[in-house]
Design a protein around this ligand. Structure first.
Ligand SMILES: [Zn+2]
Length: 300
C-alpha cells in the first residue's frame, strides 16, 4: 500500500486552533471546533490502522469535490485492483442508539444519519468516475474508530465497521489479491486533480486583531509560553523558531496585513525584544519599502 495523498490538518482546523488560544469562542463555534479536533484525531487513528494494509493499493486522504453544486468530502479512499474503497471515519464516543432511520445520543438528541451521508458520497463518487470514463466497483464503509463507541439496536449492515471488527476487516482485505497498473495510477491522479477548494476563512468565528490575546503560543499544548519560551507542559523553544511560528500564525490569521518588526513584537506579547525580532525577520524575509512603510515579505 502506498499513500498517494497524505493527511494534513485542515486549514480550517489550523486557523481555529490559532484563534482558540487567543479568544473565547461563541458556543456554536466552540462545539464545531471541538468536533473538528475530535474528527481529526479519529482520522489519525484510522491512518494508523491503515498502515497495516498490505495489498498493492493507493490511499488518498481528505478529498473534497463539488458535484451538482453540492460539496462532498471523503475521508479516505483505497484503490485496489478491482475495488475502490471509500471510508467515512467517525470518532463517536459513548452510547448511541438507532430508532428506525434516526440516530440518537442516549440523552435523546438526534444526529445526522451517517449512513445517508455515506450513500450520498458513494452516489457522487460514482458520478465522478462515470464522467471521467473510469469504471470501477465501489465499496463504501462507515468506520467507527473509537473503541468506546457503542450503538444500541445496531442493524446488520455490511457497510458499518465497528471498532471490534476493524482487525478482521483488515485480515480479510489483506487476503484479497491486488496488482495495480497504470490505469489505477491514472484514476488516482484524476481523483486528486478534480478536487475543489473551499476558503477556510468563511466559517470562522468573527475576529479582529485588537480582540485577540497576544503572546507566543506553545505548539504542543497551545498555552502562552511567556518570556522564557519554556512552556508549563515541558516544551522549550529557541527564539527564532518561536518567532517564525508566531509570524506564520499572524500570516494565516491576517493574510492581508503587513509584517513589521513592531507588529510582530506586539503580536508576540512583548516577550522577545524588538532587536531579536528584527534580526530574525531580516534573516528570513525580504524587506520592502522604506521608513514607515517598511515591511517584510516572504521569499519563496
Ligand atoms: Zn505547552
Amino acid at each position: 500500500m502506498k499513500i498517494l495523498k497524505p493527511r494534513f490538518i485542515s486549514p480550517e482546523l489550523k486557523l481555529l486552533r490559532f484563534l482558540h488560544s487567543r479568544m473565547a469562542f461563541p458556543v456554536d463555534d466552540l462545539r464545531r471546533y471541538e468536533n473538528l479536533e475530535k474528527g481529526f484525531k479519529g482520522e489519525q487513528q484510522f491512518d494508523k490502522w491503515s498502515e497495516d494494509i498490505l495489498i498493492d493499493g493507493l490511499i488518498l486522504n481528505d478529498l473534497l469535490y463539488e458535484v451538482n453544486k453540492t460539496f462532498f468530502q471523503i475521508d479516505s479512499v483505497l484503490i485496489s485492483q478491482g475495488t475502490l474503497f471509500q471510508f467515512e471515519v467517525k470518532n463517536f464516543e459513548g452510547d448511541y442508539c438507532i430508532d428506525g432511520d434516526k440516530w440518537l445520543t442516549l440523552s435523546g438528541s438526534t444526529i445526522k444519519n451517517p449512513l445517508h451521508q455515506l450513500e450520498r458520497s458513494e452516489t457522487m463518487l460514482k458520478q465522478l468516475l462515470q464522467n471521467s470514463g473510469h469504471n470501477m466497483h465501489i465499496e463504501s464503509y462507515l468506520v467507527f474508530i473509537n473503541p468506546n463507541f457503542h450503538l444500541y439496536n445496531a442493524p446488520i449492515n455490511q457497510s458499518i465497521i465497528f471498532p471490534t471488527q476493524l482487525s478482521r476487516f483488515l485480515d480479510k482485505l489483506n487476503r484479497t489479491s491486488s496488482k495495480l497498473n497504470g490505469r489505477h495510477s491514472k484514476l488516482a491522479e484524476y481523483l486528486v486533480s478534480v478536487q475543489t477548494f473551499q476558503s477556510p476563512y468563511k466559517r470562522l468565528p468573527n475576529y479582529e486583531y485588537d480582540q485577540l490575546a497576544k503572546g507566543i503560543c506553545c505548539p504542543r499544548c497551545r498555552a502562552f509560553m511567556g518570556e522564557t519560551l519554556k512552556c508549563k507542559c515541558g516544551f522549550e523553544e529557541a527564539p527564532a523558531a518561536a518567532i517564525l511560528r508566531s509570524v506564520e500564525e499572524f500570516r494565516w490569521l491576517f493574510p492581508n496585513e503587513r509584517i513589521t518588526t513592531n507588529g510582530i513584537y506586539e503580536w508576540c506579547g512583548g516577550n522577545v525584544s524588538r532587536k531579536v525580532i528584527w534580526s530574525i525577520l531580516s534573516k528570513n524575509f525580504q524587506l520592502e519599502g522604506h521608513g514607515k512603510s517598511a515591511h517584510y515579505v516572504k521569499v519563496n
